[in-house]
Design a protein around this ligand. Structure first.
Ligand code: PEP
Ligand code: MN
Length: 337
């Protein structure tokens, strides 16, 4: 349930409601707005508990949340969540592009790509040190040596850096090196991993599972928020359907659907959706037009020799050209890019 506090309520009033919730087996999640404070009362509540909360003198009204996800719902928080990464805001008016290679392959590859992306105006670099590969014989990533290179990119270019975390045992280590953690599509329902990143004080990019419904996607985000980490960026990256002409089928509708259902920002990854570089631009343009808060795009300094996902990687030159078109679309819908 959503508990709307009376105007001018004090911390003491909030504590009283929180204590009441705790006594009744519910957890309270406070969201302080400029004018009003709301508390999400999460757990299995009964009509009687709701009635008794409503009777508390500090409470203005109680709204039940009918959706299975609670903390991520628009009902729990009507205004958009804006996530701040070193001053870069995701979820506000600006559409943020995160770009970089699929995987960290060598110091030269990462530094060369980072230098050109910095020139192209990118502020957050993506690159994976741990790779979820379909084949156990494929390149698995540079692991901690790769993380060290990301720290170097941050220091030399002043870029924020993001990378995938695949394992609960690596959450602490990965958090030491990067600004943003990414949960890949294959781990969207790795509930232990979701709980672990829920305890971290860093933004999390949560990618939609390969065959996840939007409800399952939002419930996965709920796991993270429930642990206390409210900085979740959802990422649509295509889903598996009967269609085989693209790597995945982009569900562009998920952007407005998620935006109506949740206050969390949502970005689009056209690269993994497409699987082919000639489709990256069209999907990215559609994503901007449909209201995405950002893009996650694979860019490689030498796609032909990439150790993974070379076919879908743009060169820095192709990426810069695409950004020119994307900015025009952003401007047409009143957003900055
Ligand atoms: C990635 O972004 O590096 C990745 C592996 O994508 P996904 O988890 O969406 O397949
Ligand atoms: Mn990739």
């Amino acid at each position: 349930m959503i508990i709307v506090m009376k105007k001018g309520s004090t911390q003491k009033d909030v504590d009283k409601v929180l204590n009441f919730l705790e006594k009744n087996g519910l957890s309270g999640h406070v969201s302080k707005g400029v004018r009003i404070t709301v508390i999400g009362g999460i757990g299995t509540d009964t009509p009687l508990v709701k009635e008794r909360v409503e009777e508390l003198s500090e409470v203005e009204k109680v709204i039940p949340i009918l959706k299975p996800y609670k903390l991520v719902s628009r009902e729990a928080q009507p205004e958009n969540t804006v996530i701040d990464i070193d001053g870069i805001k995701i979820g506000g008016n600006e559409i943020v592009t995160i770009a970089g290679p699929c995987a960290i392959e060598s110091e030269e590859q990462l530094m060369t790509t980072a230098a050109s992306l910095k020139k192209a105006g990118v502020k957050i670099l993506r690159a994976s040190a741990y790779k979820p590969r379909t084949s156990p014989y494929a390149f698995q990533g540079m692991e901690e040596d790769g993380l060290k290179l990301l720290a170097k990119v941050k220091e030399e270019f002043g870029l924020a850096v993001e990378t995938e975390v695949m394992d609960t045992r690596r959450v602490e280590l990965v958090s030491k090196y990067v600004d943003v953690l990414r949960i890949g599509a294959r781990n969207m329902q790795n509930f232990n991993l979701l709980k672990e990143v829920g305890k971290v004080d860093k933004p999390i990019i949560l990618k939609r599972g390969i065959s996840a419904t939007i409800e399952e996607f939002l419930l996965a985000a709920e796991y993270i928020l429930k642990e206390g980490n409210k900085q979740v960026i959802l990422c649509e990256r295509g889903i598996r359907t009967f269609e085989t002409s693209t790597r995945n089928t982009i569900d562009i509708t998920s952007v407005p659907v998620v935006k109506a259902a949740s206050h969390l920002p949502i970005i689009v990854d056209p690269s993994h959706a497409a699987g082919r570089k000639e489709l990256v631009g069209p999907i990215a343009k559609a994503a901007v037009a449909v209201g995405a808060d950002g893009l996650l795009i694979e860019v490689h300094c030498d796609p032909e020799n990439a150790l993974c996902d070379g076919k879908q990687a743009l060169t820095p030159g192709e990426f810069s050209k695409l950004m020119v078109d994307l900015r025009k679309i952003a401007s047409a819908i009143g957003r900055k890019m």
